[in-house]
Design a protein around this ligand. Structure first.
Ligand SMILES: CCC/C=C/C(=O)SCCNC(=O)CCNC(=O)[C@H](O)C(C)(C)COP(=O)([O-])OP(=O)([O-])OC[C@H]1O[C@@H](n2cnc3c(N)ncnc32)[C@H](O)[C@@H]1OP(=O)([O-])[O-]
Length: 293
């Protein structure tokens, strides 16, 4: 087939919901639409501007094996580059968001192997994403599953959700943020209780302690998370990423430094067209038309 025809075919595929549109211009990297073993990937919402990642390893309750987390990191990277994606939702099944890191895969690891391979370092890709990421948690979110949810920006839970850090029961400790992010969400006493006992907390308790922002019936959860992604997607992507960075800075720094960062970032919005458009639209009593500039 002539090169131009292949390029055109690829371009058409990219237009019709294929996830790596950058490949449309690049025949040499492209063999087929990417296929995933452990996740399902779609673009959803009325404008197809929400990237939906469904963890899909049902026989192991979505245990987060290396292959699954590599696929999640890759698609986060792709969604980040894709200008049509405004927000990302990560979900699992009704039984399990994820029952933790894969215990069978880890069982025979040694200290030396963990150090030399920098075990789990690629998990950070989710926390490092510059676009908003929403976790929609039904069922178990245990160990690495709870940590994955906490790497997201907002956690919505189904009524049956159960959160926990049961690593202590396995003779280890949280290794992907559980001992660091959980106290920032729920405070020291509750975090200690969860981490030191391995006890699970249900959706209502998780909402009460500030881990979860809203609870929905199990069957409604994912569509409500997608709606949230669409709502955020009505705002300027540029300003959304600045707002996200500013909130995240609150977890990384002192109050004085954080306030300084916020002020400078706020000043920075005055260098954007979208800030001018937002305020002008308000004054002219019309909806804003943001252009991501
Ligand atoms: C990231 C950094 C550090 C993090 C560390 C961790 O996350 S440590 C982990 C922290 N998490 C935990 O300690 C939770 C471990 N999981 C559990 O305690 C229970 O599975 C349950 C209470 C979630 C559900 O009970 P239930 O009676 O409804 O279901 P069931 O038990 O029959 O499971 C069905 C199948 O899934 C399999 N599988 C499940 N989880 C894992 C896993 N993490 N791994 C591998 N496989 C797992 C299970 O073996 C079984 O497969 P099999 O043997 O039939 O081929």
């Amino acid at each position: 087939m002539a090169g131009r025809t292949i390029a055109k075919l690829l371009f058409n595929q990219a237009q019709s919901n294929v996830i790596r549109p950058q490949f449309a211009n690049s025949v040499k990297f492209y063999s087929a639409a990417p296929s995933y073993e452990f996740i399902k990937v779609e673009k959803v919402g009325e404008k197809k501007n929400v990237g939906l990642i469904t963890l899909n390893r049902p026989k192991a309750l979505n245990a987060l094996c290396n292959g699954l987390m590599t696929e999640v990191s890759n698609i986060i990277e792709d969604f980040e580059k894709d200008n049509s994606v405004a927000a990302i939702v990560i979900t699992g099944s009704e039984k399990a968001f994820a029952a933790g890191a894969d215990i069978k895969e880890m069982q025979n690891n040694t200290y030396s192997k963990c150090i030399s391979g920098n075990f789990l370092s690629h998990w950070n890709r989710v926390a490092d994403c510059t676009k908003p990421v929403i976790a929609a948690v039904n069922g178990y979110a245990l160990g690495g599953g709870c940590e994955l949810a906490m790497m997201c920006d907002i956690i919505y839970a189904g009524e049956t959700a159960k959160f926990g850090q049961p690593e202590i029961l396995l003779g280890t400790i949280p290794g992907a943020g559980g001992s660091q992010r959980l106290p920032r969400y729920v405070g020291k006493s509750k975090a200690m209780e969860i981490v030191l006992t391995g006890d699970q907390v249900n959706a209502v308790e998780a909402e009460k302690m500030g881990l979860v922002s809203k609870i929905f019936p199990v069957g409604e959860l994912v569509s409500r998370a997608i709606k949230l992604g669409e709502k955020i997607g009505k705002n300027s992507p540029l300003i959304v990423s600045m707002a996200k960075e500013s909130v995240n800075t609150a977890y990384e720094t002192t109050l004085a430094e954080g306030l300084h960062f916020e002020k400078r970032t706020f000043h920075g919005t005055f260098a954007t067209k979208d800030r001018m458009e937002g305020m002008t639209a308000f004054v002219e009593k019309r909806p804003a038309n943001f252009t991501n500039e």
